[in-house]
Design a protein around this ligand. Structure first.
Ligand code: ZN
Length: 405
């Protein structure tokens, strides 16, 4: 028993998995920082038997994580954002006197799609390095953490939202109840909140343990989200289960009394209850499967090294930090990591200190194997590296079961 539930406040969480002490997943290092002590924090996962929320127990101060955030969303999220925006535009009449807000708006790529149609937008993001990028694209951005206080201030200024987006930021929120209360306060009575979160069912069933890192405080089921929103007088009105990022929920939330009863939501709640997702039993063997995956991968890589193979990492992703550090895979195994983000190139991976190189190095060096550290982008990466594979290079996909392709 450990910790206090981030959603309902229960003080008796059940431990599910411990990944040990970890550096920050996006804490890439400069060459100078390699010689300095690197902070690590425990990465333990626990289950709340009352509201069913799976969560990590440690909260790294958000100021430490999000003030200089290397992840620019338009690098990988454009297709998903387009699809999300289209689904809202198809369902609602928005125009020049509407307002669309996004919490965790990053470089503004989603809001820009509304702005281009003359719909007023407002981004909110605490990262000081991305807000100027968004402003340049015509997305006004408040550089701050969203919560009750900011929401009330906006409301007093008469700024209330027809649509509030939170795309893959909801799991990052330390003050979950403050953010949901704030959303309720700033939302128009007939407005809609659209959130996207990784689905905990896919995380558990597909052993996607590398999606667990300190930025991701919570791992949501529909049941856990339903409990959270109900507490703040809001209701889930529709939920879609999408295949992106290894399994994502796109949830539409409204103030009660707005139209058809949410039949689809009730069906998903019943399905989760049938699968046992509301009980600890569903999560119990996860730790065993994660340890088995580690042993399998480490054995596979060491056999390849003993056979004289050269291996690199592909994508300096946050997932990669969890995978490499938990499995103890570092410089003895991988020569370097490639990533197409120029922000990351020339830096070093957290904990394992592998140098990040541009992807052009793959064809120049022709390593025998590339360990894929962003399996959620496997289709795009395999297409981009078709020539590497044609010339005899192989990818190792580590999750859900280590596989050479
Ligand atoms: Zn709880």
């Amino acid at each position: 028993m450990t910790g206090t539930c981030r959603s309902c406040g229960l003080e008796q969480l059940e431990p599910v998995l411990s990944l040990g002490d970890m550096p920050l997943a996006n804490g890439l290092l400069t060459e100078e920082q390699l010689g300095e002590p690197e902070p690590t924090y425990p990465l333990d996962v626990a289950f709340c038997p009352r509201c069913t929320l799976l969560q990590i127990t440690e909260t790294v101060p958000p100021e430490v994580i999000f003030r200089d955030y290397p992840y620019l969303s338009s690098f990988s999220e454009l297709g998903n954002a387009r699809d999300c925006v289209d689904s809202v535009l198809a369902a609602r009449q928005l125009g020049g006197d509407s307002l669309v807000m996004e919490i965790g708006s990053n470089d503004g790529c989603l809001l820009q799609m509304y702005a281009e149609q003359g719909i007023p937008v407002l981004g909110i993001d605490p990262a000081e390095n991305v807000a100027p990028v968004a402003e340049k694209c015509g997305v006004p951005t408040i550089c701050d953490f969203f919560g009750r206080d900011l929401a009330l201030r906006l409301r007093e200024e008469g700024r209330r939202a027809d649509v509030i987006h939170a795309n893959n930021t909801f799991a990052h929120v330390a003050d979950l109840n403050g953010v949901v209360a704030g959303m309720g306060a700033v939302l128009k009575d007939d407005g809609v909140i659209v959130i996207q979160v990784p689905y905990v069912r896919d995380l558990i069933e597909h052993t996607e343990f590398d999606t667990i890192y300190h930025e991701h405080l919570c791992y949501f089921s529909v049941t856990a989200l339903d409990n959270l929103f109900c507490r703040h007088g809001l209701e889930l009105c529709n939920v879609a289960h999408l295949p992106i990022h290894g399994g994502t929920l796109r949830c539409f939330v409204r103030k009660p009394g707005g139209g058809e009863p949410p039949r689809r939501v009730r069906a998903l709640l019943r399905q989760e209850a049938r699968l046992g997702m509301c009980d600890l039993g569903f999560y119990r063997d996860f730790a065993v499967r994660v340890a088995a995956l580690r042993n399998h991968l480490v054995r596979m890589l060491s056999a390849l090294k003993q056979g004289g193979a050269s291996i690199i990492g592909y994508a300096a992703s946050a997932k990669g930090t969890t995978l490499l550090n938990y499995c103890g895979i570092g410089r003895e195994t991988l020569d370097y990591v490639v990533d197409r983000s120029t922000v990351k190139q020339g830096r070093y991976t957290p904990g394992t200190h592998l140098r990040i190189e541009p992807p052009e190095k793959v064809l120049a060096d022709m390593p025998d194997y590339a360990l894929l550290l962003a399996w959620n982008h496997a289709d795009k990466i395999l297409a981009a590296e078709a020539e590497y594979r044609r010339r005899g290079g192989h990818f190792i996909v580590p999750v859900p079961t280590p596989t050479v392709i």
